[in-house]
Design a protein around this ligand. Structure first.
Ligand SMILES: NC(=O)c1ccc[n+]([C@@H]2O[C@H](COP(=O)([O-])OP(=O)(O)OC[C@H]3O[C@@H](n4cnc5c(N)ncnc54)[C@H](OP(=O)(O)O)[C@@H]3O)[C@@H](O)[C@H]2O)c1
Length: 337
């Protein structure tokens, strides 16, 4: 099979496609004939050796794929050859054949395409963890989503809207503002400011205006994907007992919260790591995957695929992510490797 191969961590353009022996499924594994690959910000970190976990080299990277089960290893009971599935794995999705632990494989509902499912699995799983399992967003809540035109952000907008929340979507450009409105956001919030103090007042004024309430009413929750100054400013738009959910640091700066600000304003700041949920609370995570897949099958969610590349064009595709250009999701076609 053909696959992206990481011999050693390095810049994305230092990696290439290689011919590799076809993998066999081990015990508890499913071998997937890959039909579509979704790419994510964490994949870009993984290729460069900046992800929090570093697998032994060489390895085939990639976390999201969808396809048809070719064969199964001993003990597999979740699916059988011929089934259509989507998988979220730790490594391996950037190959034409993907060995996946059966617990990370989910049957596709009728009518759901490989492309949509592969584009959505990590970002919708992450948004589900943040919105449902951590923030507990309720109908009528007001939620600020940062990095809102990105993969996790645009998934968070859709899941919040599906449960009847008002969504304020924080973005850095007019083009992204138009995009988040088409995703269902009630208002776009501009994040351009000269420094952190200017950003705090800019965000507070816009959130006050968007909620139609006196400045200071604030948001029930923030789904925060960017970090840095935006994390600090987002804390300032929370209402009494508001919750900020840390999803990631796409801007590259890991922020710190001042404990006295949390104390005096009765706030909660919490993390929303995705992968550990599969290890610690598998049944809850499985419920979440099936919940968004059902919403997708019912036509209530959109994969928001904005670009398609051959697998062989992975370097260019990742340039869209690292260049901060992507809106929604990018998929790769493993047939073109
Ligand atoms: N918690 C978890 O388990 C988990 C799972 C998946 C992803 N994540 C993390 O969540 C974050 C978002 O992931 P994603 O897949 O949604 O990424 P994405 O599609 O690339 O979107 C990231 C967004 O962040 C903003 N951004 C600000 N500074 C940036 C920079 N220097 N480079 C790129 N983007 C920048 C951009 O919006 P503006 O231009 O509007 O600022 C962009 O739309 C990442 O930090 C990722 O590692 C966490």
């Amino acid at each position: 099979m053909r696959a992206v191969l990481v011999n050693e961590f390095g810049p994305i353009e230092s990696h290439a496609i290689a011919d590799l022996p076809d993998p066999e499924p081990g015990p508890g594994e499913v071998l997937i004939e890959n039909r579509a690959i979704g790419i994510n910000f964490p994949d870009a970190l993984m290729l460069r050796g900046r992800y929090q976990k570093r697998p032994p080299r060489p390895f085939v990277p990639g976390r999201d794929c969808a396809g048809v089960v070719r064969s199964v290893g001993d003990g597999v009971n979740r699916c059988k050859p011929g089934d259509r599935i989507v998988a979220q794995v730790f490594t391996g999705a950037f190959g034409q054949l993907v060995p996946a632990p059966q617990e990370r494989c989910f049957l596709l509902p009728d009518g759901v395409s490989f492309e949509d499912a592969a584009a959505m699995i990590t970002v919708f799983n992450t948004a589900w963890v943040a919105i449902d399992m951590r923030a507990g967003v309720q109908p009528g809540d007001t939620v600020l989503v940062t990095g809102a035109a990105g993969g996790v952000g645009s998934a968070a907008i859709q899941l919040c809207k599906a449960r009847g929340a008002t969504v304020l979507a924080a973005v850095s450009s007019a083009e992204k503002a138009d995009f988040v409105r088409t995703c269902g956001a009630d208002a776009a919030i501009d994040t351009n400011a000269s420094d952190v103090d200017a950003l705090k007042s800019h965000l507070k004024a816009q959130v006050g205006a968007a909620t139609g309430a006196a400045e200071g009413r604030g948001c029930d929750a923030v789904i925060e994907t960017v970090g840095g100054d935006l994390f600090e400013a987002s804390l300032r738009v929370l209402r009494f007992a508001g919750k900020l959910v840390i999803v990631g640091f796409a801007g590259g700066t890991i922020p710190a919260a001042k404990a006295n600000y949390l104390l005096f304003n009765n706030l909660t700041v919490m993390g929303a790591p995705l992968d550990i949920q599969f290890d610690m609370v598998y049944a809850d995570m499985e419920k979440g995957v099936n919940a968004w897949l059902a919403l997708l099958a019912a036509g209530k969610l959109d994969s928001l695929i904005s670009a398609r590349y051959p697998l062989a064009g992975f370097v260019e595709a990742f340039g869209e992510i690292t260049g901060r250009n992507v809106m929604g999701k990018i998929v790769l076609d493993p047939a073109e490797a």
